[in-house]
Design a protein around this ligand. Structure first.
Ligand code: PEP
Ligand code: MN
Length: 271
């Protein structure tokens, strides 16, 4: 028996489909097409985020992303706008009718984040933060669970099992690259691992080509590979002026690049 019994694909069990009803369009993740989540790494200001959100809505992005509480390697780097960022995300949701996702790092912020966002993200660094996993296991909102920087597939599925065991059945797994001996890309993206997890589990699996590669020029090729390999979705960082982005500018696409990538993704994901 697999150690992750609730996450495991059982005989005759149907795929989990996450439905988002609290938005203008009815969005289904895991229903056979590629859901696109896009936005800047961090919510930087109202002036930066709201026009971007509108532009993304018009090009057909399904879900907006934006960090309000940022897990930064250095304590001296921008840590996110916190509650002000959540307010801006709520405004973006109001303005566009699109659902929003943001990361929770601390269980003490969960109530506020729950109120302002439609999906909750557990970042790579917290994939094995078991107290946080237990907390999101008790809520009734979908959780995007990113693969840990150095987590095996089994550890990733077991982290999902914590959330499932708490009663929350709405989990989306996100492959975002793992740390290997290779340092010319930010991480090594495990497309084979993504495909394997779709065999092992009934949960939807998406890919984040931005954090996986760390380089703008590599985001589109990896996004196309993931879509062609059957990813249920993509999470992509976009910024109007990547050179001025407060975080992750080097891997952020411009809206123009994303627009043309979306056409490729639509073609590839229907293969
Ligand atoms: C993010 O998506 O904002 C992020 C920090 O990603 P990761 O946890 O994959 O590093
Ligand atoms: Mn980022």
């Amino acid at each position: 028996m697999a150690a992750y019994t609730l996450a495991a694909r059982q005989e005759f069990c149907t795929n989990t489909v996450i439905e988002l009803t609290n938005c203008t369009d009815n969005i289904k993740i895991g229903a056979g097409h590629c859901t696109v989540i896009a936005g800047s790494c961090a919510v930087e200001s109202r002036e930066q985020y709201l026009p971007l959100a509108m532009e993304l809505k018009h090009m057909g992005v399904h879900i907006l992303r934006g960090g309000a509480f940022k897990p930064r390697s250095s304590p001296y780097s921008f840590q996110g706008l916190g509650e002000e960022g959540l307010q801006i995300l709520a405004e973006a949701r109001e303005l566009t009718g699109l659902p929003v996702v943001t990361e929770v790092m601390d269980p003490r912020d969960l109530d506020k984040i729950y109120t302002h966002s439609d999906l909750i993200q557990i970042g790579s660094r917290n994939m094995q933060n078991y107290s946080l996993l237990k907390e999101v296991g008790m809520i009734d909102k979908p959780v995007i669970l990113k693969r840990g920087l150095a987590a095996t597939i089994e550890e990733w599925l077991l982290a999902g099992e914590y959330i499932l065991a708490g009663g929350n059945r709405q989990i989306i797994l996100c492959e975002r690259g793992i740390r290997t001996f290779e340092d010319m890309t930010r991480n090594t993206v495990d497309i084979g691992g993504m495909a394997l997890v779709k065999e092992l589990s009934h949960l939807p699996v998406i890919v984040d080509p931005s954090h996986a590669t760390g380089r703008r020029s590599l985001v589109a090729p990896v996004a196309r590979a993931a879509a062609a390999a059957g990813a249920d979705g993509l999470m992509i960082e976009v910024h109007q002026q990547p050179e001025l982005a407060i975080s992750d500018g080097a891997q952020s696409l411009t809206p123009e690049i994303l627009r043309s990538l979306l056409q490729d993704i639509n073609k590839l994901s229907s293969l």
